[in-house]
Design a protein around this ligand. Structure first.
Ligand SMILES: [Fe+2]
Ligand SMILES: [Fe+2]
Length: 277
């Protein structure tokens, strides 16, 4: 993991998670240094300790006021309990569905939760944050937000793209990466993360992309920070409903892959091998 600044008032806590056959997926959390500091997502469970080290370098636990969980998937809720335990003033921003899903593993005291639906705003002292549902998502609780002071938009899984190497996945700016590769990665991710996209009404889908607009800075949990790229990203994603659906490796492919890793001496005789009598 590494931390860097996406803007004057946003710290990125960047991690890259390798997914076999897919690539190195950026898994970011963000600290928004508002008057009332906000942590956006909490990383992977297996990377809790590293995330907490970087997080408490970026913000005093006594000062942290909000943990905006863009949705309760495992790659976003990793350090949730640790953060709430260490930051007594912090409240978890989610919605009714999110609270229910989170409660499956551990109930959160209601006084530590703030329920916010898309379209509603949170006052964090020097600005308001307005929630919205991104055009693509993989969880019914998903809620990104717009920072009404800076215009920066936090998009959750939307606009994500796995990269060929961990260094690229943790880059300072997606503009440092080859544009074509990024576009292909975003299209792949869209079909992996939102397989329902192939069945949508095309006009309504296009409307949802148009409604996202073209904010200057977009911060996705699964992409390096992006500046001035929104229009290109929306064009890239317009084609996604027509792309072939993602189909993962099946059991035969898995066995073939595993066989390739085994030393010849450990490999069982194949079905076609005849034993000597
Ligand atoms: Fe997700
Ligand atoms: Fe995610």
């Amino acid at each position: 993991m590494r931390s860097h600044h996406a803007t004057n008032d946003v710290t990125v806590l960047a991690h890259a998670e390798e997914i076999p056959g897919i690539g190195h997926l950026p898994v970011n959390a963000f600290v928004l240094h508002a008057e009332q500091p906000v942590l956006v997502d909490t990383g992977m469970p297996a990377r809790r300790e590293e995330l907490l080290d970087l997080l408490w370098d970026a913000v005093d636990p006594a000062a942290l006021r909000w943990v905006w969980l863009t949705h309760p998937d495992a790659d976003h809720r990793g350090a949730r309990d640790d953060v709430l335990a260490a930051a007594p003033q912090a409240r978890l921003v989610t919605n009714f569905i999110g609270m229910g899903i989170l409660g499956i593993t551990r109930q959160i005291p209601p006084e530590r939760v703030f329920l916010l639906n898309p379209g509603q705003s949170l006052d964090v002292g020097d600005r308001t944050l307005t929630g919205f549902r991104p055009p693509l998502f993989d969880n019914p609780a998903t809620c990104g937000f717009r920072d009404d002071r800076t215009g920066v938009v936090f998009t959750s899984d939307f606009l994500g793209g796995p990269q060929p190497a961990a260094e690229a996945a943790m880059a300072d700016d997606v503009g440092d990466l080859p544009e074509r590769e990024v576009a292909a990665a975003q299209q792949l991710w869209a079909t992996v993360d939102s397989p329902w996209v192939h069945g949508v009404d095309r006009t309504r889908y296009a409307d949802s992309l148009a409604a996202f607009g073209t904010p200057d800075v977009v911060l996705s949990t699964h992409l390096p920070p992006a500046r001035g790229r929104s229009a290109a990203f929306l064009e890239t994603l317009t084609a996604v409903p027509e792309l072939p659906p993602f189909v993962g490796p099946d059991q035969a492919a898995l066995e073939a892959l595993l066989a390739g890793f085994e030393a010849p001496a450990q490999r069982p005789a194949s079905a076609g091998t005849r034993a000597n009598a």
